[in-house]
Design a protein around this ligand. Structure first.
Ligand code: NAP
Length: 205
């Protein structure tokens, strides 16, 4: 199972404001949906791992995130959270991965999707994040939830991104995702006066 992280952050690491995303970026949401939903193996699905506050920030009609196994981290007892059937509650990141290991479904990629504490914990441990799908928000948007950007020093831009056609298939693990990114309309976007860039980072060897 691959493990990747998906995040949209300002230069200062801002990711949230008042329990919500600080921006509304349609192309980025579409990118998030595609990346986390699509699989290379038809019989497989992906998992999304997130903190309780992130899960609860998703509008009711969209949660659990459709077509993906939702794993929510919380120190609370699952029964007290009363989440819909199919949502797994794990008491630690390690337990989340243990659940995925014994899942009856084939999990192709586990995507760590926030918030700040979960990103920080995952990025501190190489085994918890091989790749980062990074949306860099170039505007200095007001945020009250901030991730630690120093963790990104351990990552570099994937030199194969945008991928050369001749390389497709060499690193089969990433082919679907790189294709999705390559075929996404553009890497540079501007919406609501917010410029942002989507890229793929790989952990340095
Ligand atoms: N820009 C982005 O890409 C992005 C992505 C995701 C979220 N966000 C934003 O970030 C904000 C939410 O992030 P946040 O950092 O405040 O909260 P969060 O990480 O989503 O949730 C924090 C909660 O998750 C649980 N938790 C976290 N790590 C855990 C662990 N290792 N073991 C057990 N439980 C754990 C705890 O729940 P209990 O209190 O129940 O124990 C903790 O209070 C929102 O504004 C959201 O919109 C932004």
């Amino acid at each position: 199972m691959r493990v990747a992280l998906v995040v949209a952050a300002t230069k200062a690491g801002g990711i949230g404001h008042q329990g919500q995303l600080p921006w509304h970026l349609k192309a980025d949401m579409q990118h998030f949906r595609d990346i986390t939903t699509k699989t290379e193996q038809p019989a497989a699905i992906n998992a999304v791992i997130m903190g309780r506050k992130t899960f609860e920030s998703i509008p009711d009609k969209f949660r659990p995130l459709h077509g993906r196994l939702n794993v929510v981290l919380s120190t609370q007892k699952p029964a007290t959270l009363n989440y819909p059937p199919g949502v797994l509650v794990a008491s630690s990141l390690q337990e989340a991965f243990e659940f995925l290991d014994i899942s009856p479904e084939v999990i192709e990629t586990a995507y760590i999707i926030g918030g700040a504490s979960v990103y920080n914990e995952a990025l501190a441990k190489p085994e918890y994040s091989h790749y980062i799908f990074m949306t860099k928000v170039h505007k200095d948007v007001l945020c009250d939830t901030v991730m630690d950007m120093k963790h990104l020093d351990a990552y570099e831009h994937d030199p194969n991104f945008p991928v050369q056609p001749s390389l497709i298939g060499v690193d089969s693990g990433l082919t679907t995702h790189i294709n999705l990114l390559t075929h996404a309309d553009k890497q540079e976007h501007k919406e609501d006066d917010v410029e942002y860039t989507i890229s793929l980072l790989r952990r340095k060897q």
